[in-house]
Design a protein around this ligand. Structure first.
Ligand SMILES: CC(=O)N[C@H]1[C@@H](OP(=O)(O)OP(=O)(O)OC[C@H]2O[C@@H](n3ccc(=O)[nH]c3=O)[C@H](O)[C@@H]2O)O[C@H](CO)[C@@H](O)[C@@H]1O[C@H](C)C(=O)N[C@@H](C)C(=O)N[C@H](CCC(=O)O)C(=O)O
Ligand SMILES: Nc1ncnc2c1ncn2[C@@H]1O[C@H](COP(=O)(O)OP(=O)(O)OP(=O)(O)O)[C@@H](O)[C@H]1O
Ligand SMILES: N[C@H](CCC[C@H](N)C(=O)O)C(=O)O
Ligand SMILES: [Mg+2]
Length: 488
C-alpha cells in the first residue's frame, strides 16, 4: 500500500483530474495483471499502445491511470494523471514505491554492445572476494552474493528492477553491478535510479531492427551518461571511437581506459594464449584466466571501476587474477577426443570476429576450425550476412544453423546469412537448421587437434521456436556428441 501522491513525487505532470491523496495497492503497466486498487501506467510500446487498455485496466479495478493522452471517456471515480513520457514516469514511480533502493547502495551500470555481462560478472565476483555484500543484474542471471535469481532480460523492467534492488538493500548489499541494455535505456527502465558510476565498453553493429540507425543506437547508449549526476563517475573505453562521444556534456567525473591510446587507466597485453592473458596493469604483470584479447578490455574496465570505488590496486589485481567465469563466454567443453570445443555467446558480428580472431591466434594451421553459428529470428536482419562472412573468413568449415528463430522460418534466416558467403567459400558451408544436428555434424567432422566453435547461445538453455521455448544447451549437446562420436 502506498499513497498515489507519494508515488508521483518527481513525475513530470501535465494535468491531473481526480484525487491524488488515495491509497494505491500496486503499480502496473500491463492491463492483464491489474488488480483492485492499482494504478495503471499506459505506455506506447513497440507492438501495441498501452492507452488502448485503459478501460480494461479500470474494469479490472484500477483506481488511477498515468498516461500521455487522456482518453475521451473519463470514468468519474478514477484519477487521471497526464505526463509527457509514461515510461519515464513508470521508472520514477517504481523508485518512489520501492523506497529509492538505488540511493541506499552504490549502483554501477555497464553499457556497450559487447562485454557487459563479462565485466559485471568480474566485478561481482571481485567485490564478493573483497568481502562486500554484492548484487548483480545481468543477462545470465541476477545474484545477491551467491544466491541466484533468474533473469528474463539483460535489464529488467522498472518495477522488477526496483523490486530487485530493494531485495538487495534488504539483504545488506552495499554495492550492485548491473548491465544497462540500449533497449532499457531507450525505454526508460532505469529512469528513477541513482547511479554511482557508469562504464562504456564499446559499440558495434547490433539491434538495428529496434534502433533503426546506428546513430540512434549511439544516442541510446549516450543517454546513460547524459543522465549521470555530478557525483558519479563515467568510465569509457577510448579505443572505441564512440568512447569520447559518451563523455560529451556529461556532468559526472570523467575517466578513460585503453589498451592502445593515452588514457587514465592503461594496460598492455604481454601474452595471450588458450591458458589466459598476461597483462601489465599499473606497472604490475598479472596473469588472468580469461581468454582472448577482448577480455583484456573487460579486465581493465573491472580494474578501473574497482579503483574508482577506492579499492586497493594490489588486492584488486590479486583477486581478479583468481576469477574464472563459467558462463558460456569462451567456455571450453572438456572431452577425451583431444578436440578444443568452445561455446561462446558471440551473437554480433564484432563478437564473432573477436572470438574467431582469438582462435586464429592460437591455431597452428595444421588443424581445422569448425564453426557452428546461427542468427536470432525477429532481430536485426542486417547482421546475418556479416556473421556468415566472418565465420567463413576464419573457419575451414561452417555450419549455418538456428539460434532462436522465434517467429521466423529457420531456412529464411539461414538464406539471409548465406548471402554473406563469398562465392569462393560456398563449398565450406553446410546449412542445417536443426542445431543439434549441426553440432553433431561439426563433432563428426572434427579430428584430434581440431577446434570447434559453437557460437551465439552461450549460457542459454533453450531454443525458442514460434513462441515456445524447449530445453537446449550448447554445452550439453557438444559434450554428448563428442562422447557419442569419439568414444565409440
Ligand atoms: C522490444 C522490447 O524491448 N520490448 C519490451 C517492451 O515491450 P513492448 O514495448 O514491445 O510492449 P508492447 O507489447 O508493445 O505493449 C505496450 C504496453 O502495452 C501493455 N499492454 C499490452 C497488451 C495488453 O493486453 N495490455 C497491456 O497493458 C504492455 O504491458 C506495455 O506496457 O517492454 C516490455 C516491458 O518492459 C519488455 O518485456 C519487452 O521486452 C521484450 C519481451 C524483449 O524481447 N526485449 C528484448 C529485445 C530486450 O529488451 N533485450 C534487452 C537486451 C538486448 C541486448 O543487450 O542484447 C534486455 O534488456 O533484455
Ligand atoms: N569487450 C569485448 N569486446 C568485444 N567482444 C566481446 C567483449 N567481451 C566479450 N565479447 C564477446 O561478446 C560476447 C558477449 O559477451 P558478454 O555477454 O560479456 O556481452 P554483453 O554485452 O553482456 O552481451 P548482451 O548484450 O547480449 O547482454 C562474448 O561471448 C564474446 O564473444
Ligand atoms: N539480448 C540479445 C541476445 C541474443 C542472443 C541470441 N542467442 C539470439 O537469440 O538472438 C537479444 O535478445 O537480442
Ligand atoms: Mg549481457
Amino acid at each position: 500500500m502506498a499513497n498515489l501522491k507519494d508515488i508521483l513525487y518527481k513525475v513530470k505532470l501535465i494535468s491531473v483530474s481526480g484525487a491524488t491523496d488515495i491509497a494505491i495497492d500496486a503499480i502496473q503497466f500491463d492491463s492483464r495483471i491489474v488488480g483492485a486498487g492499482d494504478v495503471f501506467v499506459a505506455i506506447k510500446g513497440t507492438q501495441v499502445d498501452g492507452h488502448e487498455y485503459i478501460s480494461k485496466a479500470i474494469e479490472q479495478g484500477a483506481v488511477a491511470i498515468v498516461c500521455e493522452d487522456i482518453p475521451s471517456d473519463i470514468h468519474p471515480q478514477v484519477t487521471y494523471v497526464q505526463t509527457d513520457n509514461s515510461a519515464k514516469a513508470l521508472g520514477v514511480m517504481a523508485a518512489n514505491y520501492f523506497g529509492h533502493p538505488s540511493e541506499k547502495l552504490k549502483l554501477i551500470a555497464v553499457t556497450g554492445t559487447n562485454g557487459k555481462t563479462t565485466t559485471v560478472s568480474l566485478l561481482h565476483q571481485l567485490f564478493m572476494n573483497l568481502g562486500y555484500h554484492t548484487g548483480m543484474i545481468s543477462t545470465v542471471q541476477n545474484q545477491i552474493n551467491n544466491a541466484v535469481i533468474p533473469a528474463t532480460h539483460t535489464t529488467p523492467d522498472a518495477l522488477q528492477l526496483n523490486s530487485l534492488l530493494k531485495k538487495m538493500v534488504d539483504s545488506g548489499c552495499n554495492i550492485v553491478f548491473m548491465e544497462a541494455s540500449s533497449h532499457a535505456i531507450e525505454q526508460e527502465r532505469m529512469a528513477g535510479l541513482k547511479l554511482a558510476g557508469a562504464v562504456f565498453t564499446n559499440i558495434s553493429h547490433e539491434h538495428l531492427d529496434y534502433h533503426k540507425t546506428f546513430d540512434n543506437y549511439i544516442k541510446a547508449k549516450k543517454k546513460l551518461f547524459d543522465d549521470l549526476p555530478s557525483d558519479a563517475f563515467a568510465l569509457v573505453n577510448v579505443d572505441d571511437k564512440r568512447g569520447m562521444v559518451m563523455l560529451q556534456n556529461c556532468k559526472a567525473s570523467k575517466y578513460t581506459y585503453s589498451l592502445k591510446m593515452m588514457a587514465i587507466y592503461k594496460a598492455k597485453v604481454l601474452s595471450n594464449s588458450i591458458q589466459g592473458l598476461e597483462l601489465n596493469i599499473d606497472q604490475k604483470d598479472v596473469w588472468f584466466r580469461q581468454i582472448g584479447y577482448f577480455n583484456a578490455y573487460n579486465l581493465l574496465a573491472a580494474y578501473a571501476t574497482a579503483h574508482l570505488l577506492e579499492e586497493e590496486s594490489e588486492e584488486v589485481l590479486m583477486n581478479l587474477s583468481q576469477i574464472e567465469l563459467k558462463n558460456g563466454r569462451f567456455e571450453q567443453v572438456p572431452n577425451n577426443a583431444g578436440i578444443t570445443a568452445v561455446v561462446d555467446y558471440a551473437h554480433t558480428p564484432d563478437a564473432l570476429e573477436n572470438v574467431l580472431q582469438t582462435i586464429d591466434n592460437f591455431r597452428t594451421g595444421n588443424e581445422q576450425v569448425l564453426t557452428v553459428v546461427g542468427c536470432g529470428g525477429n532481430r536485426d536482419t542486417t547482421k546475418r550476412p556479416l556473421m556468415a562472412e566472418i565465420a567463413c573468413r576464419f573457419s575451414d568449415r561452417v555450419i549455418l544453423t538456428s539460434d532462436n528463430p522465434r517467429f521466423e522460418e529457420p531456412e529464411a534466416i539461414i538464406a539471409d546469412m548465406q548471402k554473406g558467403v563469398p562465392v569462393s567459400q560456398v563449398r565450406k558451408v553446410t546449412n542445417l537448421p536443426d542445431r543439434k544436428e549441426a553440432i553433431k555434424l561439426a563433432c563428426s567432422f572434427a579430428q584430434k587437434g581440431d577446434i570447434i566453435l559453437v557460437a551465439g547461445k552461450g549460457h542459454e538453455t533453450y531454443q525458442e521456436i514460434k513462441g515456445e521455448r524447449s530445453h537446449f544447451d550448447d554445452k550439453e549437446v557438444v559434450r554428448e556428441m563428442l562422447s557419442l562420436i569419439h568414444n565409440k
